[in-house]
Design a protein around this ligand. Structure first.
Ligand SMILES: [Zn+2]
Length: 641
């Protein structure tokens, strides 16, 4: 947590050319600088940096961002790490933000858990290597499974002895807090005493992407039908299973370099592949992929290859993540290990180099693979085949970003062929689900079931609603652009543009959730007496906010359409440009809201239950119309003669 004051100080010092020149060679060309892109291989420079806009864009691979974005992408820093790096470079003292009591409590807790985990990792490693029990039971088991000392050291494997409370005692001796110890899951309460939870098990420390131990997996050695094969750290302040990928810390650099991430199920699969020199591998820990895990992978690469045992459970688990993966823009492939083997055993059977060839050769596109599995299951059952068509259309509807268009087209073509159906028909179906998805995302379907029926039956109406929603967002962005660009300027005596816009927003609120967040972020900084201009907000800690601010500011044309329309051919004084821009943006924004309110009111009018209700609707209609006229009048006079 860095204070907003310090962030502003850092941001005001940032010189994008100076910072990026630390990492790449830049040459001036016109107003911009160009160089060889560090994110993809190229011979002629297409990496362009604009010192005025303070952003970079690569015309080869499309990567774009600001200085902090560059440090995060290139150095894999977190936002805060990037800020600290910059503060250090510019000799700015970092002032920590005052944390709420709750937040500092949380920080204390997670730091304590870290310390205990570190202690436990060292203790279990020592037990494995230095005690007789560790060597004869733990180490010999690992050697038997084919793991060499190097891999055992790298992954910091350990052993928990069979005695009741050896670790618990040692931890108490070292004054570790009992409550924290219980939260790590390393010990449990039994008959009023602390006992070790992982007795007689091999310990796999689980690292986060910066290399800190956040939890453990403990594997049983002796065959025991009563005990689970693995025990994992319970969810706590540090360890969140759905956000964790085993091995990410050791794999991240190779994933980056190879631009591909391999995913397996088990911890030992990760170890085996590493030992064979295949280092870009992580494990999901046997659950189906979560959104957070996909996003963690996407930090390093868009190419995910899932390696699974041929058994049905594994495939089913993997299939559940595919829609999410598509929506996140990942390219997912799948490889099935045959003959009831797992990656570890199959690798030993084939040897490293044959195994790698096998992976390369057997990689299948995940969507087409999913379709094949479903078709096989459906057989000649017409109803099941129809369900398959629907399912695949739903999957493809998740490819709904503009840049995914050709990808979707290719898929539709390939799937239609496999299904022996008409391509246009499938396209229609995909589009239908796309619309439904869009509506869902815009929260239209959240109302009563009755309402849902109306919305889905009237397809044409649906299209209009989407159109209206999108246009509304554009108008809202127009207002935010003005806030960002002119907010700190004076509007009237003792009133800034921001004051004025906030006043207007009290009556006509911003409704798009992300845009509303930007307004709130602006307001908080503004109320603190800071200067929330475009630059400061484009460095905002929450990535979705900074990204959106960047998008609004780098794409102002779309947002000032109204403005351009009105200004066409008019010869006006430059000083009035700003004022007119603000009035126009606000007016169009308000007109839009009014139209929506009028429409809603009309709906109420038609469904009025009694005369009284009808009267009220009519009164509302009248006053809305009056405001509408007033705004239209303003629009008429805003153009300077
Ligand atoms: Zn590039």
């Amino acid at each position: 947590m860095i204070s907003p004051q310090t962030i502003q100080q850092i941001v005001s010092r940032i010189d994008i050319i100076e910072i990026l020149s630390d990492f790449i060679k830049l040459k001036k060309r016109g107003a911009n600088y160009i160089g060889l892109c560090p994110f993809h291989n190229e011979r002629t420079p297409s990496f362009t940096v604009s010192p005025t806009k303070e952003i970079y864009k690569c015309f080869g691979c499309g990567k774009t961002g600001n200085t902090i974005g560059f440090l995060m992408e290139h150095e894999k820093y977190s936002y805060v790490e990037a800020l600290r790096w910059l503060a250090n470079k510019y000799n700015i003292a970092v002032e920590e933000a005052e944390m709420s009591a709750e937040a500092s409590q949380q920080k204390l807790l997670s730091e304590s858990l870290f310390i205990i985990n570190q202690f436990a990792r060292d203790y279990f490693q020592e037990t494995l290597h230095q005690t007789e029990e560790g060597q004869t039971i733990g180490l010999s088991y690992l050697k038997e499974r084919g793991f060499n000392s190097n891999i055992i050291q790298t992954f910091q494997l350990g052993y928990c002895s069979n005695s009741t409370d050896a670790f618990a005692k040692k931890a108490k001796e070292n004054q570790y807090n009992e409550d924290y110890l219980l939260q790590t899951g390393l010990v449990v309460h039994r008959n009023n005493a602390l006992v070790d939870n992982y007795r007689g098990r091999i310990i796999f420390p689980i690292h986060n992407h910066t290399g800190k131990v956040i939890g453990f997996g403990a594997r049983i050695i002796q065959k025991n039908d009563k005990a689970p094969k693995y025990i994992n750290t319970p969810e706590n302040e540090l360890y969140n299973k759905s956000k964790t990928l085993y091995g990410i810390y050791f794999a991240r650099q190779t994933i980056d370099k190879k631009n591909e991430c391999l995913l397996v199920e088990g911890y030992t699969d990760v170890l085996a592949l590493h030992q064979a020199g295949i280092e870009n591998v992580v494990a999901s820990g046997g659950t189906s992929l979560t959104l957070d895990q996909l996003r963690l992978i996407k930090k390093y690469t868009q190419n995910l290859t899932i390696i699974y045992d041929g058994d049905n459970a594994g495939i089913k688990a993997a299939l559940r993540g595919v829609d999410m993966a598509l929506e996140e823009g990942l390219y997912v492939k799948v490889v099935l290990i045959p003959d009831k083997e797992d990656p570890d055993s199959y690798l030993q059977k084939l040897g490293p180099s044959n195994f790698q060839t096998f992976i390369e050769k057997e990689k299948k596109d995940f969507v087409l693979f999913q379709l094949e599995v479903m078709l096989k299951e459906a057989g000649n059952d017409t109803q099941k085949r129809a369900q398959t068509v629907n399912q695949i259309a739903i999957t493809l509807s998740h490819l709904n970003k503009a840049e995914d268009f050709t990808r979707q087209q290719d898929y539709i073509k390939a799937c239609a062929e496999l299904l022996h159906i008409d391509e246009t028909g499938l396209t229609h179906l995909v589009n239908k689900y796309k619309r439904e998805l869009l509506l869902k995302q815009n929260n239209i379907l959240r109302q009563s079931p009755e309402q849902v029926k109306v919305d889905t039956v009237q397809l044409n109406e649906e299209d209009k609603t989407i159109d209206l929603l999108l246009r509304e967002e554009i108008q809202e962005k127009g207002v935010i652009r003005c806030l960002l660009e002119y907010g700190l300027d004076s509007w009237a005596e003792n009133q800034t543009v921001a004051d004025y816009i906030f006043l207007e927003l009290e009556h006509f609120p911003i409704e798009t959730p992300l845009l509303e967040k930007i307004v709130q972020a602006y307001k908080i900084l503004y109320d603190k007496g800071l200067q929330p201009n475009t630059k400061l907000l484009s460095y905002y800690p929450e990535k979705e906010i900074s990204d959106e601010v960047m998008a609004i500011m780098t794409n102002p044309y779309e947002l000032s359409q109204n403005w351009n329309k009105v200004m066409e051919g008019k010869n006006i004084n430059n000083q009035d440009v700003r004022k007119n821009d603000i009035i126009l943006s606000l007016s169009y924004f308000k007109l839009h809201k009014l139209k929506k309110m009028l429409k809603e009111n009309q709906h109420d009018m038609q469904h009025a239950k009694n005369g009284e209700e009808l009267q009220r609707c009519l009164a509302i209609h009248k006053s809305l119309k009056e405001i509408e006229q007033e705004i239209t009048r303003t629009l008429g006079t805003v153009i300077i003669k």
